[in-house]
Design a protein around this ligand. Sequence first.
Ligand code: NDP
Length: 434
Amino acid sequence: VGRNPGEREFHQAVREVFDSLGPVLTKHPEYADAAVIKRLCEPERQIIFRVPWVDDAGKVQINRGFRVEFNSALGPFKGGMRFHPSVYLGIIKFLGFEQIFKNSLTGLPIGGGKGGSDFDPKGRSDGEIMRFCQSLMTELYRHIGEYTDVPAGDIGVGGREIGYLFGQYKRITNRYESGVLTGKGLAWGGSQVRTEATGYGAVFFTDEMLKTRGQSFEGKKVSVSGSGNVAIYAIEKIHELGGTVIACSDSSGYIVDEKGIDLEVLKQVKEVDRGRVGDYATKRGNGCSVVEKGNIWDVAVDVALPCATQNELHADDAAKLISGGVLAVAEGANMPCTPDATKAFTEAGVLFAPGKAANAGGVATSALEMQQNASRDSWSFDYTQERLAEIMRGIHDSCVETAEVYGMPDNYIAGANIAGFIKVADAMLALGVI
Ligand code: NDP
């Protein structure tokens, strides 16, 4: 803590992983001897830079850009870029740290990194977004590459932003290096299913958890917080599997639609009009209510998927969900549940999937995009989705088996942390003190 003052979220993420590792270090003293834990906490490289750009009124704006290249023992640094006013070093480091273990869990050859900016895209014109992305890439390009560091999207960074970032990278370097960014459009090197991957993957993982109790999504009432990329495609897959998502949210509040969220309307409002959840309620009319500034966890459901942002679900929210009979909770977002909330779910016997396992489908499909780019190929939707489903089943089974081996059956948190850690730690031992 003294070494990284004020980085609250980073401390939280580190504590969450290391709380699980006691039994591993007892069994494997070689990790401690080689200072693996200490080395894991120190990013290989951290870049902080100025991003100057000119807004539509002709005024010069300055934002701060970040890229934290955390660990490349398993492959090139890999992780998204987040554009949100709350971004500072502590957020990027928490996300980059989580990414190391998540990427390890996918079984694919990718290291961990993350980046972003405190730029707020809300209310900005298309031209402003483009100029901002171009300015950010004018510095970032020198640090990234297919074999070095491969950024992607996250909060505030979707297909439009990846397009502007890729365009500027291509222009500066004079290289059509498709593998330098993932989340690209299908016409220019993107992969089928990448847009859907994180949401779909979280639902595949939850489905596997439900199966361990002889359950499925069929007939279940579900809430999904957020209404961005992860949330929308989680809702889509839940409906395909027979569940009904009755509530979703954004930072303005939440909506309840007992008939089930109409995805066509939600996609129009969020992906095309870039509107608020209240606009969904207006379009949908009767039977749909909006609770401005409300808390989505007030709604009793069978399954809850927090898919918005970190620390959005607190201990009192967990208590409400538990007393409402929640059966499973899966983190579509990164670290959305506070440590107290997580503890409450675990103690109540609720099936609980931590983000680094449940939302790994996004980065896994990014790695599949890199495979397609490297072989100048593009796969069909069905084939790519099957690869994703298979990877999520693999992550699920590896969490279950590892938790059992270490004497913590049913504990997906311990299973994910330990399985993710061991692979990276072994690679770090093999590569020497670097
Ligand atoms: P989007 O920007 O597409 O959507 C984010 C959603 O969460 C929006 O509805 C947004 O509402 C809401 N939200 C964001 N910040 C806050 C906040 N502080 N308070 C309340 N609501 C908030 O992002 P994604 O869907 O891509 O990402 C969501 C989460 O999933 C993040 O934790 C991200 O790190 C994680 N994730 C994403 C992956 C991906 O592939 N995209 C991969 C793995 C994890 P509003 O518009 O009002 O701000």
